[in-house]
Design a protein. Structure first.
Length: 124
């Protein structure tokens, strides 16, 4: 089997140990209708899902212009190996003292080897 460009990515480039979190709403604050969907403003907490090695890069130059046309809040791309569990816009990533809100996740090579995550720093 020939190696694709995705297979040739060096694992050494993933130099940031990040924590993936998912938001778990408080069941008692789901709006009272029993349907859930309370969102992060209604109560609940972030729970750690996994620790993963990733590469975090700040968007600049031409890539910034390209992404501004799609979603002006995105300021970082986080790359990591494919994971079996769900990573989506309801998740976030912690690295040191930074919190990254996930906007969307792309299966970079469409072969379940690497993710590219478009994210923005959480402003406190």
């Amino acid at each position: 089997m020939a190696l694709t460009a995705a297979h040739k990515k060096s694992t050494g480039q993933f130099d940031c140990l990040v924590t993936l979190q998912h938001y778990v709403p408080d069941e008692s604050t789901d709006g009272g209708d029993g349907l859930g969907g309370g969102g992060t403003s209604s109560g609940g907490q972030w729970e750690d899902t996994a620790e993963l090695w990733a590469k975090i890069r700040t968007i600049k130059g031409y890539e910034r212009l390209k992404l501004d046309a799609q979603d002006s809040r995105v300021d970082s791309i986080i790359e990591m190996r494919y994971q079996d569990f769900e990573i989506n816009a309801e998740s976030r990533i912690l690295f040191k003292d930074r919190k990254y809100n996930i906007h969307y996740v792309i299966d970079a090579d469409e072969q379940d080897y690497f993710f590219e995550i478009a994210a923005s720093h959480e402003v406190l």
